[in-house]
Design a protein around this ligand. Structure first.
Ligand code: DIR
Ligand code: MN
Ligand code: MN
Ligand code: MN
Length: 301
C-alpha cells in the first residue's frame, strides 16, 4: 500500500495568515514515519512553493477574493492528486485552507468519476460566488465542484465533477442562510451535530457511507476540516465553532472509513499553527496526525 502525500502550504482561500504552515508542522510532527510504521510506503515530493503562482494583480472577481491565486494553486493540486490516485495510491493532501479541496476532489473525480465525497466540517463550504458573504473561497469549493457556481472565467479549468447525491456532510453547525437554501434545493444529505447527537456517530457514519457509496460500490474521498472537531479538541484553526465532534467521534469517522476499504483520497485541512498558544497548536497538530493514522488503519486493539 502506497500513500502519496501532497503538502499544500496555502492560505489564499481565507484571510488568516498561518494556515499555510499547517503541512510543515504536521510533517515535522512525524506523520510520514508514523505512516511507515503502519506499513505504508510513503511518497512525498516535498512542500511546494506556491508563492511563485501568486499573480501580480488579483483584484476581487465579483465578491471572490484571490480568485486567480486560488485557481492556479488548486489546478496544480488537482494534477498531483490525480497522479497519485490513478496509480492506485491513497492521495493524502495536507492543507492549508479548505479551498484546496477544489483541487483534491477534482483530482479524485478525474480518475473515479463516480466517487463519493464525505465532507466532515463545521461549515458547508457550498457558497456560490453570488451567495458568499465573506468572499473567502474556502467557503465555496463545493459549489464549484457541483457546477452551480456559474461561469467564472478565472476558474475555467474546473469541470463540474460532483452530483448532489454523491456528497454527504458530517458535523455541520455553522451554515449560512444562503447555504441552507442551496442544501435544501439540491436535496443534499447532511448529518449536522444535531443528527450526531440523535443517532450517535456509529449510525451516522453507516448512513453517510451508504448514501455516497451504496453497498460500498463506489470509492470514497474524505475531506476532513479540523474545525469539525470541537474547539476544545482542535483549537488552532481559523474559524472554530463550539459544539463540535468529540475526539472519539472524529476518530471513529476515520476508523470506520478505513474499515470500508473504499478510501482513495483524504484531505486534512485548516490546521493553523500560528493561532493560539504552543499547547493548543501541539494539541491540534497531534489530533490531525492521529485522524490520518486512523484513516490509514491504526486501531485501538
Ligand atoms: C462562511 C465560513 N460560511 C464563509 N466558512 C468557513 O465564509 O463562507 N469555512 N469558515 O471553513
Ligand atoms: Mn471547510
Ligand atoms: Mn470549516
Ligand atoms: Mn464560520
Amino acid at each position: 500500500n502506497t500513500v502519496g502525500v501532497v503538502g499544500v502550504p496555502f492560505s489564499g482561500g481565507q484571510p488568516r495568515e498561518g494556515v499555510d504552515l499547517g503541512p510543515m508542522k504536521i510533517i515535522e510532527f512525524g506523520l510520514l514515519d508514523q505512516m511507515k510504521e503502519l506499513g505504508w510506503n510513503v511518497e512525498f515530493d516535498g512542500h511546494r512553493d506556491y508563492n511563485a503562482m501568486r499573480p501580480a494583480q488579483d483584484p476581487p472577481v465579483g465578491k471572490l477574493k484571490n480568485a486567480r491565486f486560488v485557481s492556479a494553486v488548486t489546478e496544480s493540486v488537482a494534477q498531483s492528486v490525480k497522479g497519485y490516485v490513478e496509480k492506485g495510491s491513497l492521495a493524502l493532501t495536507l492543507g492549508g485552507d479548505h479551498s484546496i479541496a477544489l483541487g483534491t476532489v477534482s483530482g479524485t473525480m478525474a480518475v473515479h468519476p463516480n466517487a463519493g465525497l464525505i465532507w466532515v466540517d463545521a461549515h458547508a463550504d457550498i457558497n456560490t460566488p453570488e451567495s458568499t458573504e465573506s468572499g473567502n473561497i474556502h467557503g465555496c469549493p463545493i459549489s464549484f465542484l457541483l457546477g452551480i457556481a456559474g461561469q467564472i472565467k478565472e476558474f475555467s479549468w474546473v469541470k463540474p465533477c460532483l452530483t448532489p447525491d454523491r456528497i454527504v456532510y458530517i458535523g455541520l453547525r455553522d451554515v449560512d442562510a444562503g447555504e441552507k437554501k442551496i442544501l435544501r434545493e439540491n436535496g443534499i444529505k447532511a448529518f449536522s451535530m444535531h443528527e450526531v447527537d440523535k443517532y450517535g456517530i456509529g449510525k451516522v457514519v453507516e448512513m453517510a457511507v451508504e448514501h455516497v457509496s451504496p453497498g460500498l460500490s463506489r470509492p470514497v474521498h474524505l475531506s476532513f476540516d479540523v474545525d469539525a472537531l470541537d474547539p476544545t479538541v482542535a483549537p488552532s484553526t481559523g474559524t472554530p465553532v463550539r459544539g463540535g465532534l468529540t475526539f472519539r467521534e472524529g476518530h471513529y469517522i476515520c476508523e470506520a472509513l478505513h474499515q470500508t476499504g473504499t478510501l482513495v483520497a483524504m484531505d486534512l485541512m485548516e490546521v493553523n499553527p500560528s493561532l493560539e498558544d504552543d499547547q493548543a497548536v501541539y494539541q491540534t497538530v497531534n489530533v490531525g496526525c492521529s485522524l490520518v493514522r486512523c484513516a490509514m488503519g491504526e486501531t485501538l486493539l
